[in-house]
Design a protein around this ligand. Structure first.
Ligand SMILES: Nc1ncnc2c1ncn2[C@@H]1O[C@H](COP(=O)(O)OP(=O)(O)OP(=O)(O)O)[C@@H](O)[C@H]1O
Ligand SMILES: [Mg+2]
Length: 354
């Protein structure tokens, strides 16, 4: 047997940055990070390509940096998909087990998954990104993880199906190809983040993952055996920043700095006497303002994000089945006090996972 390292390369084309990661899987299947490359990007808006040229360049640059660090050439990679165009549904497939002795075979599993796919056939302008079997039912007994080899006459599958708009996916693919790379497969962003930040125990108990990025917030609800609801909301850290820029009449770059340096999720956590310096548009002399004023701008937007999260959790139909609470990730989860705030608003335990 030849023992060789397996490389896996992932690409996250975010609203604020493109990030390439090279992972090496050793013989035990453990993955070590061998290279990382990140480049600021301006070619995306809310998870969707708006500038093919800029996105292609950012991909090339991020990949080149990751290649240099890992000391290898990257030719194919997994690409994360995001954007409001992503929707998900749960579907069911049913078949009669084919073999005379009623032993369920791999072919039966393929057939039942195909039946679930047919039952949820997307509109002609949409494509299936993921087809995730959540669990099988054998002769009415549910909760079966792997039915192959079991006896039964009726096999059912519950599957989570994620679809995206074909043209949006095609534009993403075009950027990857123009950067001279081959697409291994598309991976839904919330699924990729889940791999990185959720523990096995959280996933088994039931948990919500919220990736609060720059232009988007993606939500994944894991309950009852797997991912059962996905949504990508068009709000994120950019909105916090632009609210601050408008509210304090300061340039966006200055607003971004203020948010990161002095921002907090909750106004209640800020002391009256704390002061900050704010540079005006055009002026040289900074104004001195209470830090509370900054947080009074941030909190309502965060509250809006929480209401949207609450709605998505409710829509999943599993809101009562997430005892492990909510795990926050993405750059905006770094806002001071974010976990405490989200926990109070959603009445769920919350932690930040990176
Ligand atoms: N310490 C911090 N406090 C608050 N916000 C922060 C902090 N650090 C980064 N951010 C915000 O995080 C956002 C970027 O997050 P991230 O890198 O996850 O986005 P992205 O993946 O590029 O975007 P998206 O997922 O929306 O496509 C920016 O809006 C930035 O202002
Ligand atoms: Mg992101």
């Amino acid at each position: 047997m030849i023992l060789r390292k397996q490389h896996v390369v992932g690409l996250d084309i975010g609203t604020t940055k493109v990030c390439a990661v090279v992972g090496d899987a050793d013989e035990d299947g453990e993955v070590h990070i061998a290279g990382v490359g990140s480049t600021p990007s301006s070619g995306m808006r809310k998870g969707v390509v708006i500038d093919i040229e800029a996105t292609t360049r950012a991909i090339e640059d991020a990949v080149e940096r990751a290649e240099r660090m890992a000391g290898m050439t990257i030719s194919a990679l997994y690409v994360g998909v995001s954007g409001e165009h992503i929707t998900s549904t749960n579907s069911r497939g049913v078949i009669a087990v084919s073999r005379g002795d009623h032993e369920i075979s791999a072919a039966d599993v393929d057939r039942v998954v195909e039946a679930a796919r047919m039952a949820a056939l997307p509109a002609s302008d949409r494509e299936i990104v993921h087809m995730l079997p959540r669990g099988f039912v054998v002769d009415g007994h549910d909760g079966v993880r792997n039915p192959i080899g079991m006896y039964g006459s009726r096999l059912e599958v519950e599957a989570h199906i994620v679809t995206g708009t074909s043209t949006v996916l095609a534009n993403l693919l075009k950027c990857v190809q123009r950067a001279g790379l081959e697409l291994e497969d598309l991976v839904l962003e919330p699924l990729a983040s889940a791999e990185a930040v959720l523990t096995q125990a959280e996933r088994e108990l039931g948990v919500v993952l919220a990736d609060i990025g720059g232009g988007t917030t993606s939500v994944g609800v894991f309950a009852g055996g797997g991912l059962c609801h996905t949504a990508i909301l068009p709000v994120g850290g950019h909105h916090l920043t632009s609210d601050v820029a408008v509210g304090l009449r300061t340039p966006v770059a200055e607003a971004e700095k203020l948010k990161i340096r002095h921002g907090a999720a909750s106004v209640a956590d800020v002391h009256e006497g704390e002061l900050i310096e704010v540079f005006n548009v055009g002026d040289r002399e900074p104004r001195i303002l209470p830090r509370k004023v900054l947080c009074e701008i941030i909190e309502p937007r965060l509250q809006e994000i929480c209401s949207l999260l609450r709605l998505q959790i409710k829509r999943s139909g599993y809101g009562h089945l997430v005892p492990a609470g909510i795990v926050l990730t993405g750059g905006s989860a770094l806002l001071r006090g974010s976990a405490k705030y989200v926990s109070e608003k959603l009445e769920l335990p919350a932690r930040v996972g990176v």
